[in-house]
Design a protein around this ligand. Structure first.
Ligand code: A3P
Length: 316
């Protein structure tokens, strides 16, 4: 047993519904699926994390464009991020994962009570947990939450490519896409069900737009400048000049990040994943190249049923 985590957490694991997904065990807690390796950290963060009003949280389901935002938010918040001082751009030496630490993958992974008191304000964090699993102080303090989501079909395709790359990179058989697809439609995938994840943040963002900014990958691709201006205002760092918007967009662009040495050769020390797998095509509608008409129709039906009456639509 890992030191520091209450024994009850490990007892609980044995009692939760379990499914095998992409060769690993996922456990269902309060309606969502989690990897056993992250669940103790998720529960510890929920109980022990204390938010500051200056904190910024990036939240998302997986493969919705989080890495783009993990680059953009620190660049907006960092005073040199929008200047011409390219030589001091942290992205030159750090994958975006290192600029916005994850509660479950990094900070609480080994220690249920990490000392975060020496992190300078504004503290930038990320998490993939659904809204209801956020620590209470994140929900109730004045800290800001940015949520990014994406068309479910493109999310699924990106998720399959990512995990398929991981399993094949270590010499395992490819992950059958049909199997991955059926699981996704049932909501069984890491941090799933996707649709419930989106709905949780969507509903809360409608109630409290000053607290939660709800972004879509497709809008970011269609009008990145407008979305960036909105994000910077939300974070209390509005742009003063057009060149600043251009600078942040260029620094965080897929083409630039993908070709940086750190992202081509680096390995995530917490997960063991090659950083290169976080950057793929980054296009809208890539599902058209990957799934059949039948699969499209099935997932569209799930989406229509789940989002009915919510005002949420994805038409790509
Ligand atoms: P594709 O697999 O469709 O290419 P996440 O960051 O949440 O894991 O999402 C991964 C998706 O975001 C991948 O989509 C990836 O290519 C895309 N992505 C990563 N960095 C990006 C960036 N800087 N700009 C736009 N898209 C990016």
């Amino acid at each position: 047993m890992e030191s520091g985590f209450p024994a009850a957490v490990f007892t609980l694991l044995g009692e939760l519904p379990k499914e095998t997904w992409c060769g690993s065990d996922l456990y269902n807690l309060e309606g969502f699926w989690y990897a056993s390796s992250l669940l103790p950290a998720i529960m510890a963060a929920r109980s022990n994390f204390r938010a500051n009003d200056c904190d910024v949280f990036l939240t998302s389901s997986m493969k919705t464009g989080t890495t783009w935002l993990k680059a953009i938010i620190p660049t907006i918040m960092n005073p040199v991020g929008r200047t011409n001082d390219d030589g001091h751009d942290p992205l030159l030496k750090h994958h975006p994962n290192e600029l916005m630490p994850s509660l479950e993958v990094q900070l609480f992974k080994e220690n249920p009570n990490p000392d975060l008191s020496d992190m300078p304000c504004p503290r930038l964090f990320r998490t993939h947990v659904p809204y209801h699993m956020l620590p209470e102080t994140v929900k109730n303090s004045a800290c800001k939450i940015v949520y990014i989501t994406r068309d479910p079909k493109d999310t699924f395709v990106s998720l399959w490519h990512f995990f398929n790359s991981l399993v094949t990179a270590v010499g395992n058989d490819p992950w059958p896409m049909n199997e991955a697809f059926e699981s996704f439609c049932r909501g069984v995938h890491v941090f799933g069900p996707f649709h419930d994840h989106v709905l949780g943040y969507w509903k809360e963002s409608i109630k409290r737009p000053e607290k939660i900014l709800f972004l879509r990958y497709e809008d970011m691709k269609k009008d990145p400048k407008e979305q960036l201006r909105k994000l910077a205002c939300f974070l209390g760092r509005p742009f003063e000049k057009e060149e600043e918007v251009d600078k942040v967009l260029w620094r965080c662009s897929l083409e630039r990040l993908k070709h940086l040495e750190v992202n081509q050769r680096g390995v995530d020390p917490w997960l063991g994943f090659d950083y290169k797998f976080y950057f793929r095509r980054g296009s809208v509608g890539d599902w058209k190249n990957n799934i059949t008409d039948e699969m499209k129709e099935k997932l569209d039906r799930v989406t229509a049923t789940k989002f009915e009456g919510s005002g949420l639509e994805f038409g790509h």
